[in-house]
Write a protein that binds this ligand. Sequence first.
Ligand code: AHR
Length: 648
Amino acid sequence: MVLKRVLAFAFIASTAVYAATFDVTFSTAGHDVPPTLYGLMFEDINHSGDGGLYAELIQNRAFQTVTPGTSAALTAWAALGSAKISVVKSSSPVSSALPNALSFAVASGTTSTVGFTNSGYFGIPVTAGWTYTGSFYYRTPSPPATKVSGSFTADLRSTGGTVFTSATVPFTTSSTWQQATFTFTASSTQTSVENLFALSVGGSTVAGLTMEFTLISLFPPTFNGRENGFRMDLSETLLDMKPAFFRFPGGNNLEGETAADRWAWENTVGDLVDRPGRVGDWGYINTDGLGLYEYLQWIEDMGMEPIMAVYAGYSLNGASVASSGMQTYITEAINQINFVIGDASTNAQAAIRASMGHADPFTLNYIEIGNEDFFSPTTYADYRWADLYNALHAEFPQLHYIATSATSGNVPTLSPTPTYWDLHIYSNPICLTILKDFFINGAFNFDILSRNGLQFFQGEYATTTENSGAALTYPFIDGSIAEAAYMAGFDRNSDIVFAASYAPLLNHVSSTQWTPDLITFSPNTVIRSTSYYVQQLYSLYKGDFYLQSTTNTASSSVQWSVTRDTSAGQYFLKVINTATSANTVVFTLPFTPSHTTGTGTILTAPSGTQNTPTSPNAAVPSTFSFTAGKTITYNAPGLSLSVLVVTE
Ligand code: AHR
């Protein structure tokens, strides 16, 4: 790498600050940029899965994991009219996975409308032109001798009772479970999401009856029109980043509070009635309707590749599975991988995948063994890593295995020696490091590492506090630009950094466990943070080849990176200015551009700027033109990330 650095200072009297000029030359030497470099890290946190990416609108749809008879079991549900509702353990459940049901009791002599409502995941969007697809299971545990037939009305309504769209759903009493399905289309868009799904019926039809309901489901149109699919606007927001990979399902949410609570793939596949759900590690019920198959299908639809984690015998209560107990989890991991890539004609797990609609194997190259196992490094180093790695590598030698723990200096002290290693960085005051400064100072963290075959995955990172140490609710421009400076180090070191992803990804504005997050959403809005735009610009202008340039020092206020899209003949000059005042960068190109005018994109905003629900577009990227010649002089505004595109 060329280490020549030329710095010239100029005093600007009017603003009484020193602006610097940085002279940058680059050659055609460099290294490939791995196609995996920029992607997404996902786990169900902040209702990012249930209530977020997973498009299901009904919260607590199957009363999974709740205690019957409690008011908590009725979360999101309310009775309509004089009906009495409660959650019961059904004497004849719809499936062994779903033992509970909503009991709906109507007193004899009732004539007025009765039913029940669901308030969704902190609201329900009503959008003109959307056709909603609904279904539910119902039965009458003690049906009358003479069958009763009638019709429910399924609708979307305001909390004040104005009905926006509805469907008639015929029913007949029977002690066995029946499934009803319906659709309705909204003709108006409601600004407010304080709406309800309601199922109601004339009281005289059901007077004296007690009925049970479960798996009461309502989907809006989904991304790519998939059944049991993903929310469109969130998917499109992520697609706009052109992410290369999707790390899932955790994060902490892989691990469970105990081993028994872990994310277990086999509970997340097959028919929805066969998925018990679990209490996720972020304190709310995971329906597991967003299961392994749904993840993989959506990843494929999005043009990403999975980085899939397997449980590695460590849970959040701090306990590790004993060496003698590891075989259960080794078998589970092998089965999980076979579900993804096995031959459906010979492998039972792959046959489940085929039965769900994907006979061909999904793409799978990377397996992460655990998550943050540095919380139990001894057992990871003693046996957990080796047990899993050896068994999985023997079965699937073509896959790459990522370690998450056990380091001595910059080398994982594990045997077998890993070739992939996941690092997480949330800098915060407890680390006695000022966050913004950590990311600026860290821009050269990877430059000093040996090129010894070890590949790094920056699987989680974010600026989480202001420089004062105050916690951030949303990313702010100062932190986002600091992340951009750090990311110049990813570009430059992409010979050993094969992947990087900001975390956490998504946050439901009404149910937050962790801030800041890349994207905040409500049932009908999506807020792209300043850090989102940084991630997007790096991903869109990743290129396929990194060109060595004169480098700056860590802690300097200006960083840069030059990459190339070889087939397009385009060069991406990224300039990051973490100072609050402008600085100038002069690029000397090894060629004369074919176009004398270039187009750039810039993200910049005054210090402290955040994109929030009340000010979602406080900072958004804009485009500009610049004069392109063999020399390009660029004046980078304070707190900015700019990408100048030059055509050879
Ligand atoms: O991203 C939030 C959490 O941070 C993840 O679940 C965990 O891996 C890390 O500690």
